[in-house]
Design a protein around this ligand. Sequence first.
Ligand SMILES: Cc1cc2nc3c(=O)[nH]c(=O)nc-3n(C[C@H](O)[C@H](O)[C@H](O)COP(=O)(O)O)c2cc1C
Length: 686
Amino acid sequence: MTAEKSSRFVILYASQTGNSEWIAKNIHQEALERGFVNECHGMEEHDKVDLSKENILILVSSNTGDGDPPENATNFFRFMRKIKSNTFLSHLQFAILGLGDTNYTNFNNTAKRLEKKLLELGATPFYEKGLADDAMGLEATVDPWIEKLWPALAKVCVQKGKNNNNAHDENIVESVKNLSVNDKSDNNDLSLPLKLPNELSVDEKMNFVIGTKITFELSELAKAETLTALPRIPTVICKIVKSNKKESINPASLPPFINTSTPIVNARLDTVRCLTHPDALKRTIHLELDIKDYKEKLEFVPGDSIGIIAPNNKKLVLEILKTLEIGENEANQEISIESLEGTVLPSHLRNAQTTSIMELFRYGVDLTSLPRKALLRLMAEYTTDEEERKTLLFLCSKQGADQFNRLRHQIPTLLDLLVTFPSCKPPVERLFDVLPSHQPRYYSIANSPLVNRDSFHIAFNIVDYKTPDPYGVRKFGVCTPWLDNLSGHVNEWNKRFPLTTKVDIPIFMKQNTYGFAVPSDISRPMIMIGPGTGVAPFIGFIQHREQQIIAERRSDNIEKSLGEMWLFYGCRDIEKDHLYREELEGFLKRGILKELLVATSRAPDAGLNGNPKYVQDLLRKRGQELYELLDRKDAMIFVYAQGMAKDVNDALADILVEYGNMQRSDSLKLLAKWMNDKRYLRDLWS
Ligand SMILES: Cc1cc2nc3c(=O)[nH]c(=O)nc-3n(C[C@H](O)[C@H](O)[C@H](O)COP(=O)(O)O)c2cc1C
């Protein structure tokens, strides 16, 4: 370890959906203001950093899949894996901030792996790692972690003149009594308020709940003398540069800033079927997307998924623009987003040239996920009403932590926030500084190319729910209601409807890179666990295996033994939401599926007298046979589930303990080994 302080440090971030990127860039900016010389890079650019020469490294990392590193970190991990010397980084001191989610079994696995590797290479931590949890709200860990980072960093890194530091400190503590309102004189370039078009296309007709006021309890604000731990005012980055061209942007084509890992193609909506009874609690839709024209380019296997580029709801966008007093002409005018000198655009806006405000709101930024404190802090800067401004500052302060949580429980959209604070009129480019990137939505492919290469089948629940009591406000997802609209709100149970209107959906392929696929050896047993829409990829799996068997029998005279396929499925009510029942029972009859085990969580006797309620109960119930399959027949385990991976893992561990005579710790180690060997595969979507 160097006794001398380092003159600079480096931040590397691994980010899938932008949170780590946002936090890393904020640390970078605040560090500059505090007089620390530093650089910040995404891990895809790790070659810009010579770790053999750097002394201080800060890593901010998230996860995807089942504790996997985000895609932009793949090369960095490969690079680190190749280094074997345990003194390679002995000169380096580091700190790690992980962003994870305790709903996943491998909580913050990426941060833990990074830490382990850095320690193996001889590096030493200068500050303890922070593991933030999306389930609790990232800010609960991230904010205090960053606050305490500064004194820790000051011990190992030189902090030059504190030019801007005073400005920063004012942000941290603000006297409630002296809150003043900013001058908005620079914000008077407003066009006529936007009129909603009379004719809303199919996308916009949906009954979207528009702008609900958020409720708070403000007694703590009344008591507070000062507000502490306020986030800093977000850095001014984006600048809107208007084009001289008169024409507005053609909304018929996809915006230039959309960046996907594989090319986007237009898949035509072909067939729709509602998989649930009209009385079911949730509506589940099966869609078939015609890809005939691209099939040469789109090679797929069951286990792959597709990303869908769905826009933010147009009515929501129009209302936001109206609230921000942005006229229709202005919203559709050609613009470019550029960064102010010395700042770097968020990666999702890097190609935002020849675009429009409308496109950016529809496809560029996220308007519906839980707001960050930085957004509230920014809004406070542009709020003229003193009470509203105080409330916004309170919500992002330490004193307002409970009310910030209350706000999160109400799952507000940007519009809800603007409606709650009507005197808040932020310039649109300032919103682009803080709003997270709009994300494609991923769906697992539910068919095998050996049966049908001309289309992708997907299944999804329509995201339509109410916020928890006492709020009870109806909310919609982004993509599934959009697809539902485009496919005509079908609710006749299990009837296939061919779509006569020509509707194209922009999609791209996401290949499965971690082995979640049908093994080529048909004698290998497969244990598949997929509750709810988690059954979708397994329809493709079973189709695939059936075709493999047919092909093998045709080409081979010797009959190979067949690996058993077991499917553990869970639904609420077998008569209402047993998805793909016909197909599954057909597979069973044809002997492709050996066992179809269904747990019905809302059955009157579920969970009573040993009756299984969930898939994990079913696993335990059939534990002995499962153990035989695993122990004697080298079965593979596939889990495709949301939120129950831990319960499934626990049930599997219990089975190993009971029938394999193992200690609990050994059973967990064995499961971890199987994961490593790609024999136990999990796809845990969120
Ligand atoms: C598809 C998906 C898979 C995830 N898997 C894990 C996981 O296995 N373990 C974990 O701790 N967090 C997991 N997370 C949570 C992310 O790490 C967390 O949401 C983080 O804030 C995302 O940051 P990013 O936007 O920088 O990628 C997952 C999130 C998603 C969307």
